[in-house]
Write a protein that binds this ligand. Structure first.
Ligand SMILES: *Cc1c(COP(=O)(O)O)cnc(C)c1O
Length: 356
């Protein structure tokens, strides 16, 4: 494949939104990155082009059989006006893991990190500067071949779009209520739970809607077989501080291996706080709660970094955690990761990468 990225700049630039008007995923930048795959040529024709609608045959495999994968990462502006990416190589590594499961041909991870850096540096004026804001990066692959037969497509398109996003916690960090989901399941071992594929999300909306009807922000997913072991919270990984130790569900084939999850584990180890990746049953968590040792709970993911859990609704029980307030460890992790991402804190792990 040719590693030369062809660049076509947009003739008309969009007006950038004001920092206080930024939401999540509603506004897109002037350019996008694309490349195509065919059986004969492999991945080819990498290019940066003006952001625009794409045209697909209505028979494209992605519309019918959902052969699609995606990633989510962010770029941050430092005080010195440098643009930093956070562990982008991990996202490209995970993209190939998803590709492998979805029978999508693998991509060149190193090249794509460079391509994303190039796109972000062309769009650097779109990276917002206000505290908590960032440029969200959404790489994705869709199966484009017009074919209704049931087999992996022979053609694909890889696209990266960018969206400036506002502070996730514009009004300060408020812990969320979470509904322990006993009916619907997100994933099972052997399925696609460990990958970022569109269908996982489509299948999760129903439970999210029901949780919201119960006054909760999201669901706590239990395992798909015994509906006993804790897996994730919404589309985030989940952590609990119990009696001075931190627990998170061990990766088991149905849990998505979050980059934030991995970063939190490394930080805790660095701080000599015992962290255990283990199977956690909802009963074990409830027992800790009744003994008074369930000290904190939080979700982790790129969008929010840390999302403290104030209470868990489990059947007729309501577990109020840390008096419904954000815990001090949750906040320390949040401040440290955000500080590293924005270049305000030292980066002893070498997690950040400059975009230009
Ligand atoms: C993306 C995702 C996460 C979080 O991963 P990060 O790399 O930390 O953003 C967790 N769970 C699910 C199901 C996800 O799709």
């Amino acid at each position: 494949m040719s590693y030369e990225i062809e660049v076509t700049l947009a003739e008309n630039k969009k007006t950038k939104p004001n920092a206080n008007e930024l939401a999540f995923g509603t506004c897109f930048t002037d350019h996008m990155f694309m490349m195509d795959y065919t059986l004969e040529a492999g991945w080819h024709h990498p290019r940066i082009v003006p952001y625009a609608p794409i045209s697909l045959d209505p028979a494209a495999v992605v519309f019918h059989y959902g052969q699609a994968v995606f990633e989510g990462m962010k770029a941050y502006r430092t005080k010195e006006d440098k643009i930093l990416l956070f562990r982008p190589e991990k996202n490209m590594e995970r993209l190939n893991l998803s590709n492998e499961r979805l029978s999508i041909p693998p991509v060149d991870e190193t090249f794509l990190v460079e391509a994303i850096k190039k796109l972000v540096s062309i769009e650097k004026d779109w990276v917002p500067a206000d505290e908590g804001t960032s440029l969200y990066i959404r790489p994705f692959i869709i199966a484009t071949e017009p074919y209704l037969g049931v087999r992996p497509a022979h053609t694909y398109t890889f696209i990266v779009i960018l969206s400036p996003v506002g502070a996730y916690y514009a009004e300060g960090i408020n812990p969320v209520s979470i509904y322990v989901e006993n009916n619907y399941v997100r994933a099972v071992k052997g399925g696609t739970g460990h990958t970022k594929t569109s269908g996982n999300y489509a299948a999760s909306f129903k439970a999210q809607e029901e949780a919201q009807k119960q006054g909760c922000a999201q669901v706590l997913w239990l395992d798909g077989v015994e509906k006993t072991y804790i897996e994730e919270v919404g589309s985030m990984n989940v952590f609990f501080k119990v009696n001075g130790e931190v627990w998170t569900p061990a990766l088991n084939g149905s849990i998505l291996a979050g980059v934030t999850r991995d970063s939190v584990i490394q930080l805790l180890e660095e701080w000599n706080i015992p962290v255990k990746e283990k199977r956690i049953s909802i009963e074990e968590l409830y027992a800790a709660y009744t003994e008074g040792t369930l000290e904190e709970a939080f979700g982790t993911g790129t969008a929010a970094v840390i999302s403290p859990i104030g209470n868990l609704k489990w059947n007729d029980k309501n577990l109020v955690i840390n008096g419904g307030e954000s815990g001090s460890l949750s906040m320390k992790i949040y401040d440290t990761i955000c500080g590293i991402q924005t270049g305000e804190k030292e980066d002893p792990f070498g997690w950040t990468v400059e975009a230009e």
